[in-house]
Every structure is written in C-alpha cells, then in structure tokens.
Design a protein around this ligand. Sequence first.
Ligand SMILES: [Fe+2]
Length: 337
Amino acid sequence: MAKITLGMWTSHGPTLSTTPQEWLMRVKADQNRPSHPFRLKNYSFDELRDLRRSEDLAEQASLDQRTIRHGRCMTAISKMADIWNDVKPDVAIIMGNDQKEIFNDEMIPAFTVFSGDTLYNEPASAEQISMMAPGIHEAEDGHNPSEYTEYPGQPELGRLIIEQATKEGFDVAQMTKLPKHEKHWSSGVGHAFGYIYRQVMRDKVVPNVPIIANTFFPPNQPTAKRCFEFGRMVGRAIKGWDSDLTVAIIGSGGMSHFVIDEDLDNLFMKALESRNADVLTNLDEGYFQTGTSELKNWISAAGVMFETSLQGEMIDYVPCYRSEAGTGTANGFVCWR
Ligand SMILES: [Fe+2]
C-alpha cells in the first residue's frame, strides 16, 4: 500500500519571486481594480485605505518592512525545500489552481486531474511577456525554468484518483496532455505547480499528479466543503493504491490576497493545526474570492492530511503588505511529516 510521508502547504505568488522593490509594480493594478473583496464586503482601493487607516499599514509596507518580510519568506521556503529533500517522497499530488494559464475563458472545469506521462514548462516568449500585466513577468523565474523542460507525471495514480472520484460521485475532468493555446499569455503547467517544482523540489521533480481546482473564476468554483470532501476521496484513492511508493501531498496557493486579512489567516492556520474541518468548511464562501480563494487548495490537501497520523509545524506566516490599503499577499508555510 502506498504511504503518505509528507504534507505541505505553501503560498506560491509573485511576492515570493520578486524583489521587495518590485512588489510595488502591482500597486497600480490594486488602485485600478474597482472592487476588492474584504471581510464579505467590497471596497475600492481608496475606501480600503480609509477603512484600515488605524492599522498602520503604510509602515508595514515600507521598504524596510518589505525587505525583512521578503527575507523571512525566503528562509521559510528554503526550509520547506530542505524538509522535502530529507523526506524524499517518491511521488507528489499537488493541489493547485489555474489562473487562465492552462485553461482560458473557453473552458474552465471545476476539478481536473492530470493523468498523463509528461508535463512541461518553459520561459515566456517575447510575445507572451508583452501580454502580461506589470509585475507578473518579473516573478517568472520563481516558477518557470530557463528553457523548455519536461517533467514526469504519475499516470497510474492519476488514473486511480479519477476512478475513485467517479465512483464517489465527483465528476472530474481528465487531462493527459497540457493544452496549447494560440496567442495565449502563458504556456506549460502554470505557477501553482511550477512554483513547487522549482522552489520546493529545487528542479528535481518527482513523478506527480497535478489536481487543478477552479478556485478563482465564478460561477463553477467548488465550495470549501466540496474541496475538503474531494481531498478525503483522494486519500482513499492513495490508500487503495497497490504500490510501495511514498507520497507527498501539497496544497499550493493562498493565504489572503490581494487584500491581506490576518484575522482570517490566523483562524485558518489554527484550524489547520487543530485539524478542525468544521471551521475550514464552514467559512462563508465570500471569504474565498480572488487570490484568497486559493486557500481551497489548502483545504483539499487538509482533506487528505487530516486522515493521516502525520503532524508538523507552521514554518512561518508572513503578511507581505505592499500598500497602505492593505493590499499584498500573506504568505504561509506549513509542513507535516
Ligand atoms: Fe496563484
């Protein structure tokens, strides 16, 4: 029987792969976004700045603070990679989401399981770079290799998960090859997965099964409850896998962004630590909007990990503010083994 030997939850966004100076490149987009979801309401950038004036966020977004917090993130991710290297799992299941890198507006499945032999990633072309918003290409090195690179899938396990899902009433999409779109801003596997390949596995990528949930784009996002149940189902698929291999489960994304909500993140971290599925799955769906929706990948991974006897620690939690309105990304790193 295959054995789960490692569980990891990590953020994966651009603040981890750009300099503290470059973080500010995203502020213009924050200012121009007409509506920011925050604590179940929607605000303009200026409204948020006024609402959060007492929190001293300008100071927390100063270059000094950005530099300190960026450093803490680098230490945390490098610790995660060291742990990965110590445990050396044979196989990984990566719960991630797609931000119209793999899919585009024409089709966005709720859950997709990759069951092919080979994945790939590559640097963006000049044409693709010209289609990116400011501050996105600058983060590319964090998740894209410097040349076209192929990575191994784990078709046997991917297929088993699809069969288990179907048996249990989850109608998942099956993917055996990454699609290629003409004139699309991104190609390859997408940052939720590429970040794990590069930063956690340090380019020594083990055979893996990406599971792509549509956390971001209405109206077919699976609910938090559904993600948790989906994770439990994946756990049962692994239990039924007649294999001597060891398996790592990774939840990729989060925490609160593009408006940071430390109260929400604290609540979430505590629920994870205490294996409290009720808290994770009963949070109002309104919290899981835009980037914060990626916490659903953490919930899917928790669905697997809560059924194991593995335990661990929060490596760090670092709210990386870039503006006085509280925009930025809160980065979280957790590891159980
Ligand atoms: Fe993301």
